[in-house]
Design a binder for this molecule. Structure first.
Ligand code: SAM
Length: 284
């Protein structure tokens, strides 16, 4: 049965009404579901962790290969429907509850991929949770709002480039756009278009980073005041609490022109800035 027909059959049969407050927009295009599942399969994972399975648009094709699927769904009625759908499908485990509160210990690792058409209202916290889980996931296949996807994949010097871009680059070695989805690809249709992305996550921090804490402090400092020069943004960033002399020492150490703006720095320059901050002598 085509995905869109199955979704409507399920919601009628179970008298289910989607909840906007939970970001419930269900994927209706089977070809897109197949594209996402194919992207998951490229990692050849032994286990898949799904965020927000909904009415099973991705869970059903993912389960075809008989691999272990742990699917976190917060909506109780959807969980009942999912239990009914997968009652004879042992490798699929439905976990009722908030993914953000879930204990992922023992679930992530180099054989595990996370997947989901994400509920848009909590995209950033979900990304943080996935990126910061140790040991990490091998990869991530997600659908997010187009505007967020553009920020995640932005190039230096563009309006979209910011701390979210660098945060994502820190954890993802590669980000690939799989598809752009118009609002009509979902039911009910959201206001905006979406993008499906595939990320290969790094097993280790990026080469050359001496301190994760200093790296992210440097990023936050550089983007603290986007309209200011890098020099002034670093000077006035409360998170850094640096004197004017310390900022000059930092810029001299990395050889970056302080009249540039933070958003023009590439990833390697942020690594250099973070390392210099890490090594900055106290009381300079
Ligand atoms: N995967 C389904 C699809 O593609 O049709 C549903 C996607 S829908 C955009 C997002 C799903 O995430 C919904 O099923 C919603 O109930 C669920 N959800 C929302 N907040 C959640 C949370 N905090 N933890 C787990 N699931 C959540």
């Amino acid at each position: 049965m085509p995905l869109g027909c199955r979704t409507h059959w399920l919601r009628r049969h179970f008298n289910f009404r989607p909840r906007k407050s939970l970001g419930q927009n269900f994927l209706m295009h089977g070809s897109v579901a197949q594209r996402l599942v194919a992207a998951v399969e490229e990692f050849a994972p032994q286990r898949v962790v799904e965020i927000g399975p909904g009415l099973g648009a991705l869970t059903v094709p993912l389960a075809e290969d008989n691999r272990e699927i742990i699917a976190f769904e917060t909506d109780r009625q959807l969980c009942e429907i999912l239990h009914w759908l997968f009652s004879d499908c042992e490798p699929v485990a439905i976990r009722e509850g908030d993914f953000l509160a879930a204990d992922l210990t023992g679930l992530a690792g180099p054989d595990t991929v996370a997947v989901g058409n994400l509920p848009y209202y909590i995209t950033s916290p979900i990304l943080e949770k996935i990126f910061e889980t140790h040991p990490g996931f091998a990869g991530l296949v997600i659908t997010v709002q187009q505007e967020v996807a553009e920020r995640l994949r932005a190039q230096p010097g563009t309006k979209q480039y910011g701390s979210l871009t660098i945060f994502c680059r820190y954890y993802a070695a590669e980000i690939q756009r799989l598809a752009t989805l118009p609002p009509q690809a979902f039911w009910p249709s959201p206001q905006v278009s979406s993008q499906a992305l595939r990320m290969t996550l790094r097993p280790e921090p990026p080469d050359g980073v001496e301190s994760e804490v200093a790296f992210f402090a440097a990023v936050r400092g550089a983007f603290a005041h986007r309209r200011k020069t890098l020099r002034n943004s670093l000077k006035t960033a409360t998170i850094l609490d640096l004197s004017a002399e310390q900022v000059e020492a930092l810029l001299a150490e990395v050889g970056i022109d302080g009249t540039r703006r933070g958003e023009t720095l590439d990833f390697a320059e942020f690594i250099a800035l973070g390392n210099a901050l890490h090594r900055l002598p106290q009381g300079t």
